[in-house]
Design a protein around this ligand. Structure first.
Ligand code: PRX
Length: 648
């Protein structure tokens, strides 16, 4: 689409927003206020939290490598769990905090009021204390989407222990790596997970991880499916321990900058990095953005369909909604099981007001036809959110017109694990929508586009997206490797935070994220470092070298295309190809499964030995007619072989 088409295609705010909290004029006022006097603006916003000792300072930061620092509200103290639970008890103790929808629609949903959730979290915290967990300890959580996942995260927050959630789809190796990296000695898991009618052997995966993570001393096992598991001397059942403790547990006052959690995410190197978020700034960002993006009002049922293993689950299943006293829905299963109407049936069953999901899910549902949607009521829906990857205009229109009956704005939120919460997104009632654009930055977010040399691009332009000023929800470090944090994000375009994303800004000041400009690909809204998949491949005995690139994929957004050079003498058979695909799946997890794997006698390299990924990307995309200049290659004939044997 051209810019002209976008201008014609500018949707109004979508629906009736006459009572919007923030209208277009208020947005401009807030944006200007945050720019003019950030200290006053953020100290005022800090009042949305309940402090044991309120802060007198807001942001103290510098993105210059020589004088690098980021702190927010540094002299304040609070407890995150108390903000999500205790402070709501007087007014909304009997309001439902969590609605849990099971994988199988024949099973009964469960609900927990704020009072019940408070008791569950206190009990869980007491179990953790009894198992030796104390403030500052790292606790690894490998749980399915069951209520105990919410209890466990909040229990850590209550004690000041740092949680590190590992997505239930990750392999034993990936779990072991994350346990070792943050030095956690305790894992919380379940017997099994349940997704789409299938069982996932979580406890068995932890057992396998333990063999590679010698520091792991204790495993708390939640009984979820009742499936068979082997209990070792390291393991205790959660229900046994919970029966021994009380449901009262004081919340530990934490310094604003004390860590709240670590979440591992892929970067452009082989090893995932532990993104660290701190207590006050993160919670403030979760609360502020949940309210702004979704105009949350008491009584609304808010459903973020992400797994708690990703940042979206942390911020918008748990911390943002609970900080705001909302009713949040947690769903155990998949959007398309038992059939493609499940998402909409859940919306009807619980009268969901806001649905927040990923474009990949929408594309998969769209493919099944409109009847699955139109057979449902959906009259409770007022807002539809999107996250994780660029939403293509076709999926946007389908979401808006078919799912939302053209009366719910699409809140396309651009952000990252590193940013803690949404950064660029429409505000319902304030922002006119354009299909495919995350629209405009929230008050307090200052994006800039720069070219590859770092020169600022003004007005309508396409470039690399950087953020020029700190915001409270910003990550503070890479766990155990502060230099890597500064190097990764603040040295490419000195003095600014580099997002790794490419972006276009149109003449109306709207932002259109074009995707990653580094070696990170986005598979079904999940980040995957190409180097991570390459390391897994070369760890196989048959493989000499591997190069991995992204390729366009109808449903996943991007798929994984792997080029593999085998050790000499190893035959290129279909069996080996299948074995390597399975190998990567086992090494990392199903989300890293290569979609295409091509055996390459050699990889295209420059004379200095650098792999020319640009060429590999073009071949993977099928764009072999415009490979560009190959004259700098050490051996241009390599390319001909790759083109001839491309996996179509
Ligand atoms: O490339 C951007 C893409 O996802 C990356 C961040 O991935 P992750 O840390 O896993 O967080 C995903 C959930 C926030 C970004 O660098 N991305 C995320 N949301 C959008 C997006 N790209 C375009 N539009 C979005 N709304």
């Amino acid at each position: 689409m051209t810019d002209t088409a976008h201008a014609q295609d500018c949707y109004p705010v979508g629906g009736d927003w006459t009572d919007a909290r923030v209208d277009a004029a208020a947005y401009e006022r807030l944006y200007a206020a945050a720019a003019r006097d950030p200290d006053t603006f953020w100290l005022d916003q800090a009042k949305r939290l309940d402090w044991t000792s309120p802060p007198t300072v807001a942001g103290d930061w510098s993105f210059d490598a020589d004088d690098f620092r980021i702190t927010w509200f540094a002299d304040g103290t609070l407890n995150v769990a108390a903000n999500c639970l205790d402070r709501h008890l007087a007014e909304r103790g009997d309001t439902v905090a969590i609605i849990w929808e099971p994988d199988d629609p024949a099973d009964a949903p469960r609900t927990f009021t704020y009072r019940e959730l408070h008791a569950e979290v206190c009990r869980f915290a007491n179990v953790l204390t009894a198992q030796g967990v104390a403030k500052g300890d790292r606790v690894t959580i490998y749980l399915p989407m069951i209520p105990e996942a919410a209890f466990a995260l909040l229990a850590c927050a209550r004690l000041g222990a740092i949680h590190s959630v590992v997505f239930g789809g990750f392999s034993p190796d990936a779990i072991a790596g994350r346990i070792e990296d943050c030095g956690s000695t305790l894992v919380i898991t379940a017997d099994e997970g349940r997704r789409g009618g299938k069982r996932i052997p979580l406890k068995a995966n932890v057992d396998a991880a333990a063999a590679k993570a010698p520091g792991l001393a204790k495993v708390i096992v939640v009984k979820s499916t009742g499936g068979d598991v082997t209990m070792t001397p390291r393991d205790v059942w959660y229900h046994d321990e919970a029966a021994k403790v009380s449901a009262a547990c004081p919340a530990e006052p934490m310094a604003a900058e004390d860590p709240l959690f670590i979440l591992y995410t892929s970067g452009s190197t082989g090893k995932p990095k532990g993104v660290l978020h701190t207590s006050a700034g993160y919670l403030l960002w979760a609360s502020y953005t949940h309210e702004l993006a979704f105009d949350y009002r008491p009584g609304n049922v808010f459903w973020c369909a992400a797994d708690i293993g990703w940042v979206t689950g942390h911020t918008y299943v748990l911390y943002g909604p609970l900080a705001n006293g909302a009713t949040t829905l947690m769903y155990e299963g998949l959007p398309n099981w038992p059939d493609a109407s499940r998402l909409w049936q859940i919306v009807d069953r619980h009268r969901v007001h806001t649905l927040f999901t990923a474009p990949t899910a929408l594309r998969a549902l769209m493919k099944e036809g409109d009847a699955f949607v139109t057979a449902t009521d959906r009259s409770s829906l007022k807002l539809l959110g999107s996250v994780g990857e660029p939403i293509n205009p076709e999926a946007w229109r389908w979401y808006y017109e078919v799912a939302g009956d053209a009366r719910c704005p699409i809140i396309d939120t651009w952000w990252q694990t590193e940013t803690g919460g949404a950064m660029i997104a429409p505000i319902p009632g304030a922002t006119a929508l354009k299909p495919g654009s995350a629209t405009r930055p929230f008050p307090g977010v200052f994006p800039r586009l720069v070219d590859d040399k770092g020169t600022t691009l003004d007005g309508a332009a396409t470039g690399n997206l950087v953020i020029t000023q700190s915001w409270p929800g910003q990550m503070r470090t890479v766990w155990g490797d502060h230099d890597r944090f500064v190097q990764t994000y603040f040295t490419t375009y000195p003095g600014t935070y580099f997002t790794g994303d490419g972006c276009r800004r149109d003449a109306d000041g709207y932002y259109w994220i074009t995707g990653r400009v580094d070696d990170v690909i986005n598979v079904s809204g999940h980040r995957m470092g190409t180097a991570e998949v390459e390391s897994a491949l070369v760890a196989h005995a048959a493989v000499a070298e591997a190069a991995v690139v992204g390729m366009p994929h109808d449903i996943k957004g991007q798929g994984i295309y792997a080029y593999v050079t085998l050790n000499s003498g190893v035959a290129t058979t279909d069996d080996l190809r299948a074995e390597l695909v399975t190998w990567v799946r086992q090494e990392i997890g199903p989300i890293a499964t290569p979609d295409k794997l091509q055996f390459a006698p050699a990889l295209p390299k420059t004379r200095s030995g650098k792999i020319m990924r640009r060429i590999l990307r073009k071949i993977a995309e099928g764009d072999t007619a415009s490979l560009g200049d190959t004259s700098t290659l050490a051996d241009p004939a390599v390319v001909e072989d790759l083109v001839a044997n491309r996996v179509g």
